[in-house]
Design a binder for this molecule. Sequence first.
Ligand SMILES: Cc1cc2nc3c(=O)[nH]c(=O)nc-3n(C[C@H](O)[C@H](O)[C@H](O)COP(=O)(O)OP(=O)(O)OC[C@H]3O[C@@H](n4cnc5c(N)ncnc54)[C@H](O)[C@@H]3O)c2cc1C
Length: 225
Amino acid sequence: MVELGTTERTRVRRAPERAAIDPAILYAVLDEGLICHVGFVDAGSPVVIPTSYGRDGEVLYLHGSTGSRMMRHLATGAPVCVTVTLLDGLVLARSVMHHSMNYRSAVVFGAARPVTAADERWHAFEAIVDHLVPGRWADARHPNRKEAAATAIVAVDLSEASVKLRTGPPIDDEIDLDAGTWAGVLPFATTIGPPTADDHTPAGVDAPAYAVDYRRPVHSNGNRG
Ligand SMILES: Cc1cc2nc3c(=O)[nH]c(=O)nc-3n(C[C@H](O)[C@H](O)[C@H](O)COP(=O)(O)OP(=O)(O)OC[C@H]3O[C@@H](n4cnc5c(N)ncnc54)[C@H](O)[C@@H]3O)c2cc1C
């Protein structure tokens, strides 16, 4: 099982009391998030690309066109850093200096592993689709041979990672507490609207329950500080 923040490059330095040590919190952040940012160095230049992902146990799967720069680079087994950030609130302090954000964020380091075995590729497709919309893999047409061949998949093991969380109200300086200024938290949450059918959906075909009742998995915050 992954140990969080135990390597030199995953040790949270500033505000280390906000670092999580429970791998369950890493999994919760990854499972709630929809977008990861993939950082790598290509031709000597750092780049960070947003993309979707899926998780199966201690493996993250990324996929994309075999023509994409990111996938071509990662398929070489290149070192990669993947981050996922969840915004829980804006923290409005009495002093601008102490404004902050409540968040849960994960940073994963590793080497991308090209996924080439047919079984694992299929499994990764399912993990990515069902990460975005649980239940959709069973409903939608699966990739055909040509589509699958045009899709590269890489895996990143969750073996070296860190998680950091901020929760709670602003932390103002004592001298500002009697300023009379409003201070507190603006909580943030993702709002999902009702499903809207496209023009090719026949009348009488209702949106599936997993779309009508769509929610991201919500896990409680928690840190060790
Ligand atoms: C939404 C959001 C807003 C933020 N706003 C600011 C800001 O305005 N200014 C600012 O200085 N910091 C901000 N942070 C915190 C920032 O992510 C770093 O934690 C901070 O820069 C401290 O870095 P450091 O020099 O101590 O550690 P670094 O040396 O940069 O990091 C060491 C290791 O700690 C781990 N780590 C560091 N930060 C995080 C994290 N957030 N999540 C998971 N692992 C982490 C990584 O494994 C990293 O390799 C914000 C974070 C989030 C999620």
